[in-house]
Design a protein around this ligand. Structure first.
Ligand SMILES: Cc1cc2nc3c(=O)[nH]c(=O)nc-3n(C[C@H](O)[C@H](O)[C@H](O)COP(=O)(O)OP(=O)(O)OC[C@H]3O[C@@H](n4cnc5c(N)ncnc54)[C@H](O)[C@@H]3O)c2cc1C
Length: 323
């Protein structure tokens, strides 16, 4: 009921949304159900109005970046799913200060290309991360070359009431694959430090890093990158592989035989298939090593289970059980 009224209010505000829009094609894993309501906004003002209308009708708003770290439930996502386009994909560099303002909907790959063409560097940490700036802030995305927190100055957010606020990076308490955004906040843009790269050092490091990923990760199959965060001093992939789970399948989902911390969609996988493998890997690693792997991947939608998942002990398989 709230969603129907919210859809009518959005339409009246010049923000027509789509009811029941498929999301699988917008998520890297290529699976999951539809959005109850789906809206693409192309300006900060449109985003603010959409959030205010959703708030007034008591429906949740889920920001969708490039869907590269998102497990969307088979039952779909209740409420309003919002994607940031248009002006929210702009980037501008202040040449005098070396500060770039980047729209949260801008893809990392496009941003890096634009910076390089303009003779700037500084965001090599996002090379090969197939998301948007909004997703990068949310996840404190990064690689062996660094993390977004290294260069982030501040973020402009639209809070749950539809109020635009600027938060300094320090307020986000960024840590490994996590930023402490206020509940329900949507990042609209971020300001980051950039610098010149006269000797091409960053370009060379990025090229090396990209080649290494291609050799070690199943980049030709739909996935969400690393499913679990690495535990301190170890690697989730090493632990899962040591449990003999490489290649394990549930339905169309498989623990990659190239990199055990990747779950790939080999065709027709459901979110339930992926969740079963997540539980199997987590339970097996906990049973064998006593390490509780924490999912890095985010979940969206109506699951009928708790997310984040309960502690690993709940998933330890009984002897002889199949995943
Ligand atoms: C092949 C592959 C390799 C990967 N390698 C890496 C890697 O090396 N390092 C790394 O860190 N990650 C990696 N990832 C994971 C993923 O790309 C990152 O987490 C990325 O930052 C997610 O961005 P996104 O725009 O796709 O976000 P989404 O997947 O769309 O969303 C992720 C989370 O962020 C939230 N979100 C998205 N946009 C906003 C916004 N504007 N405001 C507030 N919240 C928002 C979503 O609601 C969700 O909770 C990889 C993924 C794949 C598929």
């Amino acid at each position: 009921m709230g969603a129907t009224r919210a859809a009518a209010a959005l339409e009246a505000a010049g923000l027509p949304c789509v009811a029941g829009a498929p999301l699988a094609s917008r998520a890297y894993w290529r699976l999951g159900g539809p959005a109850e309501l789906y809206l693409e906004v192309d300006s900060l003002d449109a985003l603010v109005r959409a959030v205010q209308i959703a708030r007034a009708h008591a429906i949740a708003v889920t920001p969708l970046g490039n869907g590269s770290n998102l497990l969307i439930a088979d039952a779909g996502v209740p409420g309003l799913v919002v994607r940031l386009l248009g002006q929210l994909r702009d980037a501008e560099i202040d040449e005098a200060t070396g500060v770039a303002r980047v729209g949260a909907g801008l893809l990392n790959a496009v941003l890096l290309k634009r910076l390089e063409r303009a003779g700037w560097a500084g965001l090599g940490c996002l090379a090969g991360v197939p998301g948007t700036m909004g997703g990068a802030v949310r996840m404190n995305a990064g690689t062996a070359l660094g993390v977004l927190a290294d260069v982030l100055i501040d973020v402009q957010i639209v809070d749950v009431d539809g109020v635009v606020r600027t938060l300094p990076a320090a307020a986000l308490a960024m840590r490994y694959r996590w930023a402490e955004l206020p509940a329900g906040a949507i990042v609209a843009s971020a300001r980051v430090h950039v610098h010149r790269d006269p000797d091409g050092a960053e370009r060379a490091a990025v090229a090396h890093h990209i080649a290494r990923r291609a050799a070690t990760q199943p980049l030709d199959q739909p996935s969400c990158g690393s499913v679990f965060k690495n535990p301190p001093g170890d690697f989730a992939g090493r632990l899962i592989e040591a449990c003999g789970l490489k290649g394990t399948r549930v339905g169309g989902a498989q623990i990659s035989d190239k990199h055990a911390n990747f779950i790939v969609n080999t065709g027709g996988a459901s979110a339930a298939d992926v969740l079963a493998l997540i539980r199997a890997a987590r339970g097996a690693v906990f049973a064998r090593f006593g390490v509780d792997l924490e999912p890095e991947v985010h979940a969206a939608g109506a699951w009928g289970v708790d997310w984040p998942l309960p502690p690993a002990a709940a998933h330890v398989p009984s002897p002889g059980a199949q995943p």
